[in-house]
Design a binder for this molecule. Sequence first.
Ligand SMILES: Nc1ncnc2c1ncn2[C@@H]1O[C@H](COP(=O)(O)OP(=O)(O)O)[C@@H](O)[C@H]1O
Ligand SMILES: [Mg+2]
Length: 314
Amino acid sequence: MKTIFFTGKGGVGKSTLSSAVAWQLAEIGLRVLAVSFDPAHNLGDIYHVKLGHRKKQFGKTNLYLQEMDLEKSAAEYMKANMSILQEVYSYLTAFNMDSYFDILKYSPGVEEFAALTSMQKILEEEEHNFDFIVFDTPPTGLTLRILALPRITVAWIDRLIRIRREILEKRYTIHKLKGKYSEEGHKLAYKESDDNVIKKLYVMRDRYKGVETHIQGEDNRICVVFNPDYLSLRESERLLDGIHELQLPIDTIFHNKLADPESDAARRVEDAMLKKYPRLRIERVPLIDHTEPACYIMDKDLTGVFTRSKTHAE
Ligand SMILES: Nc1ncnc2c1ncn2[C@@H]1O[C@H](COP(=O)(O)OP(=O)(O)O)[C@@H](O)[C@H]1O
Ligand SMILES: [Mg+2]
């Protein structure tokens, strides 16, 4: 299973291009899932179908569509974690998680974390069901934070595992000291094999390490979409720098909405980017007169970009 992330400034054509790519890959017989992570979804509008949180087959084609409801994912994520915390800390009767639930959903980072959790779930559950998963992402800032999150999360979990090990070692020391005179009551685990917290941390670590490895690996492509205008160019440069800083592979950039794809102006804009990232592959997409409502149909064949081998731009 391969994945493609379309990123870029709002309005540059991420949804249009990701829909066109998803449709074209399905047309050549591949099994494709197109997922929108942008809270302002328009996948349903593009395909003229009503979509929801669960994937839906597009007619009788190889293409499935899904609009992630990040708020719903965040609520599901919080609920699942609250119940784990409640289970683990059941001996602390004063620990009332319910009172935190309503406010925690507004805390910074919850939306990004919900996106990461949903992405992880999709990658795990759909691995054998699809040849390609095409992600349509929210505008730059949120996307960069989502892409950064697997690495940050793994680093945090490693830290938590170290702290938990220290706690278990201290508990073991106390256990040895008390010996057979320890009074009966609630027994706290002191071995890793008995401790639910550390077990859960190992499971989480594996999960997010899997996402991190995947998005950095050969089967993932991160594509930047930009337009031939100054603001879009500047934001794309920042996006490329961000992706580079995160040590993620940049693949192809799509120069979209070109009135004249062969013009010198188009080349000048691209030269600025190629100076910094000389191995960047650039695909030009002309400005299309969308007279028919099916905007996922595009004359230009984009499948070649994704069926031939990957480039490494950095
Ligand atoms: N190549 C193109 N030619 C003409 N219009 C385009 C092209 N690509 C995108 N558009 C139009 O630009 C607008 C924004 O595109 P959209 O895909 O929604 O951008 P994003 O998802 O990046 O916000 C839409 O009205 C879309 O129809
Ligand atoms: Mg969009």
